[in-house]
Design a protein around this ligand. Structure first.
Ligand code: NAP
Length: 296
């Protein structure tokens, strides 16, 4: 299948590009500000940009829209930019899907919920708390109003291999391995279901291959707060110069409100794909440890 991956220089898009290529699908992955050897420039906010790769010539049958501004506190303080990069970019991705009669896959988040309940299912009532969250929901609603053939995959706390190594687990592991002194003050009351980006790619691939439609929640077996997540990394790469202490979200005074009791239930996906095995944080960290040992 000809698959256009918008935002393939990022964590989720980069893993989709890798996995879909490995499955033999013809892929075009795009970057915006961070050029990679595997991607071409494309600005989701301006289809007339003369530097854009020619997506019309590629004629995608599937478009995976991972292009986004994911920094929630920045979004809270810059709502216009958040609107552009989340809602307008999705309007443009929908228009592109309509033009090519392509299926659209959109990556969304547990932030569309208020974090009162946790382990959210696809049927649970949305109630976004902040600007980023409201814009993600608005983008979802636009897709479901305009398209009949789409997938909305909600994820949270994504980790895994990525070129820039900017996700929480990758950053912590890299800094601990370097031997950096760290004094981490992390919220003990923000719970979620971390998921590996390569599993997100594998799950999307299965949904597409089976021609599924609609909303799906992705999650593995981990249910951890930020302190527990950092402690997991510490178990593999920690040293005496690393200090992890707990604070509350209230103490952190972050600009954007967080859904404290977040996370997903993947029961719907798991019932439709009973042989799929989600990897977990320990799988990733122990594999990373082996990889680093092999390098030595
Ligand atoms: N990571 C998580 O924990 C998480 C959780 C829930 C939901 N999600 C959702 O998953 C999706 C992917 O997230 P991610 O973690 O992979 O984000 P990411 O690593 O920050 O990647 C974002 C991608 O968007 C691209 N991009 C930004 N502005 C663009 C523009 N104007 N035109 C084209 N591309 C643009 C970036 O390109 P450059 O870097 O080249 O500029 C990058 O490739 C997002 O929709 C996000 O909301 C992620």
């Amino acid at each position: 299948m000809k698959t256009l991956i918008l935002g393939a220089s990022g964590l989720v898009g980069g893993n989709c590009l890798k996995w879909f290529n490995e499955q033999g699908w013809e892929c075009l992955g795009t970057h915006f500000s961070f050029e990679t050897p595997a991607t071409e420039f494309y600005n989701t906010l301006d289809h007339t940009d003369t530097s854009n790769v020619d997506v019309d010539a590629f004629a995608p049958e599937i478009i995976i829209h991972c292009g986004a501004l994911t920094w929630v506190d920045y979004c809270e303080e810059n709502p216009e930019e958040s609107f552009e990069k989340t809602v307008v970019s999705t309007h443009n991705a929908v228009a592109l899907a309509q033009k090519h009669n392509a299926k659209l896959v959109y990556l969304s988040t547990d932030y569309v919920f208020d974090g009162e309940k946790g382990f959210y299912s696809e049927e649970d009532q949305t109630n976004p708390l902040g600007v980023y969250a409201k814009h993600k929901l608005e983008a979802e609603e636009h897709i479901s109003a305009q398209l009949s053939d789409f997938l909305i995959c909600r994820i949270t706390n994504v980790y895994g291999d990525e070129i820039r190594g900017k996700n929480f687990i990758a950053r912590l592991s890299a800094n601990m391995v370097k031997g950096d002194a760290m004094d981490l003050k992390l919220p003990i009351d923000q719970y979620a279901t971390p998921v590996n980006a390569i599993d997100v790619a594998r799950a999307i691939y299965l949904l597409l291959d089976a021609q599924k439609k609609g909303i799906y929640h992705f999650a593995s077996t981990d249910y951890l707060n930020r302190v527990q997540l950092a402690e997991r990394v510490f178990q593999y790469f920690g040293h005496e110069q690393v200090k992890i202490s707990s604070v509350t979200t209230h103490d952190l005074k972050q600009a954007a409100k967080r859904p404290l009791n977040g996370g997903m239930s993947a029961a719907k996906f798991n019932s439709e794909f009973p042989h799929f095995r989600w990897t977990n944080v320990d799988d990733y960290l122990s594999e990373l440890q082996h990889r680093l040992q092999d390098k030595e």
